[in-house]
Design a protein around this ligand. Structure first.
Ligand code: CMP
Length: 141
């Protein structure tokens, strides 16, 4: 039986700065995702650190959280029949745009492994945490 799955996405500051958010949202819709929540935010470094806490020991943590708080982002709650998490990761392409396949969002819009245009949850438990980090219960039906 096919069931609805939710995932969480961010259009990062590099892509918003270059006005790519419209094209990325259009790709999300064309690929069969329903957008069940969306907002534009400018988060603080502390908020970025809370979101990426799992990466706090990584050498790129300070730079990543500075970048993520450097300008507006668009956060999205996505829903799709079947594998929404895997489907969104496939549409994004590899984390490092140098390895991203043709036709993926990162191949088209990412500048570097850090300034890589979009984020997506990597598993069901991270999707739950990330959705609840940016959307209150009453904002998603
Ligand atoms: P994202 O999918 O948002 O998850 C964690 C982010 O850390 C990742 O995308 C990249 O933007 C960033 N990242 C991962 N690896 C590196 C790296 N080696 N150097 C800099 N940033 C990285």
């Amino acid at each position: 039986m096919r069931t609805l799955q939710r995932t969480f996405a961010i259009i990062k500051p590099d892509a918003v700065k270059k006005d790519h958010q419209g094209e990325i949202i259009s790709l999300i819709l064309k690929n069969g995702f329903d957008i069940i929540g969306m907002k534009m935010l400018h988060i603080t470094k502390k908020q970025a650190e809370g979101f990426y806490a799992v990466h706090s020991a990584r050498p790129f943590f300070d730079s990543l959280t500075t970048f993520m708080s450097s300008g507006p982002i668009v956060v999205l709650a996505l829903e799709k029949q079947g594998d929404a998490i895997g489907g969104w990761r496939k549409l994004m392409g590899a984390t490092n745009p140098a390895n991203a396949e043709e036709g993926t969002i990162r191949k088209k819009y990412a500048e570097s492994i850090e300034h890589n245009a979009v984020h997506g949850s990597d598993a069901e438990d991270t999707a739950r945490f990330e959705l609840s980090y940016f959307f209150a219960g009453y904002e998603l039906k």
